[in-house]
Design a protein around this ligand. Structure first.
Ligand SMILES: [Zn+2]
Length: 239
């Protein structure tokens, strides 16, 4: 299976990346993650900027709604993996707390701080958190957070398919405040009054079905190539 399929169509020579993560053998060189561009160029962010935002649902009978995280790089910084796993934090210039955490982190790493009690506490708590994150008290976490900018990230989705770690949702429903369920991009949200459809969804959640895999469209390499071909043809017609 080629990792890079080259489609030559008249004057077009295009390298198409065909899902290298599905390959079992040689891994192609990975491009570094694309920096999320900042600022609007018009009413919308350019090219959707993130073509796919993770989708969640709240199946509570009073809510029955979809939830998607906002995307606003004027206010937030995003870390989006190639598998569309999301983490978000407020921009440093908009968060005095995060700016202070950066300053403290530099201070901790400076030579003059060597041997200080503060550094010793930091190292001890970092080790404690590494060994057992659940053992960290709120006060201890605040101490760590004030000195570590990385702790300011909120994971919206984790990487369950890569790490094997169960998906941990930190997204809450804005309607009822309860936890929400992540679903694939293909998931169609039924009407709120459609009891039958929502009952079926509740049962799926109860059974512990993988709602991301179940409602994701994943084309085969051949289908993908065909789609690219059609897209190129359509594009040439528009010109
Ligand atoms: Zn809700």
């Amino acid at each position: 299976m080629p990792c890079l399929a080259k489609l030559k169509l008249s004057n077009w020579q295009i390298s198409v990346n065909t899902r290298p993560h599905l390959l079992t053998q040689a891994q192609p060189r990975r491009e570094p993650p694309i920096d999320q561009p900042k600022g609007r160029t018009g009413l919308y962010y350019r090219a959707c900027m993130s073509s796919y935002r993770p989708k969640f649902i709240c199946a509570e009978p009073t809510c029955r709604r979809p939830i998607k995280p906002v995307y606003d790089p004027d206010k937030f910084e995003y870390r989006i993996s190639e598998f569309q796993d999301w983490a978000v934090r407020t921009l440093e210039e908009r968060s005095p707390g995060l700016a202070a955490a950066y300053r403290n982190s530099n201070r901790m790493n400076s030579g003059s701080n060597r041997g200080s009690d503060e550094l010793a506490t930091l190292i001890r708590l970092q080790q404690k958190q590494w060994d057992n994150p659940a053992s960290i008290s709120e006060e201890e976490f605040e101490f760590l957070k004030a000195r570590d900018p990385q702790l300011w990230w909120t994971e919206i989705t984790r990487m369950p398919r890569i790490s094997g770690v169960p998906e941990i949702n930190m997204v809450r429903c804005p309607g009822c405040g309860k936890g929400v369920k992540r679903v694939g991009s293909n998931f169609r949200v039924p009407r709120k009054r459609d009891q039958t459809a929502w009952k079926a969804i509740e049962e799926m959640i109860e059974r512990g079905e993988d709602m991301v895999a179940k409602f994701s469209f994943c084309a085969t390499v051949e289908e993908h190539e065909r789609m690219v071909k059609i897209a190129i043809e359509l594009r040439s017609k528009v010109r």
